[in-house]
Ligand binder design. Sequence first.
Ligand code: SF4
Ligand code: SF4
Ligand code: FES
Length: 259
Amino acid sequence: MVRLTINGRVVQAEKGEMLLVVMNREKISVPAICNHGAVEAFGACRLCTVEITKNDWNGWKNYVTSCLYPVEDGLIVSTHSETVINLRKTLLDLHLARHPHSEHVRQWAMEYGITQTSFEEIPDGDDCILCALCTRICDRMGFAAISTVGRGHGKEVAPPLNEPPPDCTGCLACAQCCPTEFITFSDSGTSREIWGKQFEMITCKECSKPILTKDFAETLSKTRNIPADYFEVCDECHRKATALTMGKISQWQREDTAS
Ligand code: SF4
Ligand code: SF4
Ligand code: FES
C-alpha cells in the first residue's frame, strides 16, 4: 500500500494503481473524457491532468495525466490548482474551436466558464473529439472493425475504405461509449444499421423484444462458448423463468418435514 495526499486529504492506494482510478474511488472529480473502465487508459484528452509534487522535491512541481500516472508513496496531488485549471481551459477552448456544434463539448467548456472559443472556429467541425474510445473498445471486443485514419485535420474514425465494415457485428459498444454521441445507429426492432452496415436482429421468443444482432450472437457463441440457444430469450425473460423455477422449488416440501 502507498499513502498519498490529494487536495489535502490523505488516501491509501495499491502500489501501481493509476492516479485517476484512485481519485474516482475517492470521489474526487476531474474531467476525463477519453477514459472508460472497459479499456486501458490512452491519454488522448489530457483533461485529467493534475499537479503533483513531494515534500522532498524542494517546491518543484510536475503536471501529469492522472489516467496514466501510477501512484507513489508521499505524492501530493492538486486537482484544481490555478495552472491545472488554465491548462484545462486552453484544451477546452481548442476543443470548442474544433467542434463548435457539439453540445457535449459546449457543456464541458461551460463548466470551466468558456462560452466562446478564443481560437479560430472550424465552422464545419464535426463532433468527434478523436478520443479513440470507439476503436479501443472495438479492438477490445476482438473485432477491430473501425480505426482512426488520416492525419492532422483530416484525421477521423472510419471503417476500412469508408465502406460497411466486414468485421462489425453491430454490437453497438462503440456508439454506447462515444462521449459526444457522434456515432449514430438506427434500430427498427427487427433490423439495425451502424457504420452503413445492416444487421438482422434476434428477438426474444417469449416477449418479442429485440435482443442483439444475429452476427453478434453468432460471434459470441463461437468465441465465448455461449450456447446458441441462450440468445433466444432476453435477459428479462431469463430472469422471470429463473424466478418461476425458484418459486416452484420453494413450494416443494422438504423430505424431513413431509409426514
Ligand atoms: S458496432 Fe461494430 S464497430 Fe462498433 S464496437 Fe461493435 S463491432 Fe465494433
Ligand atoms: S467517434 Fe466518439 S468515441 Fe470515437 S473517437 Fe470520436 S468522439 Fe471518440
Ligand atoms: S482521461 Fe483523457 S487523458 Fe486522461
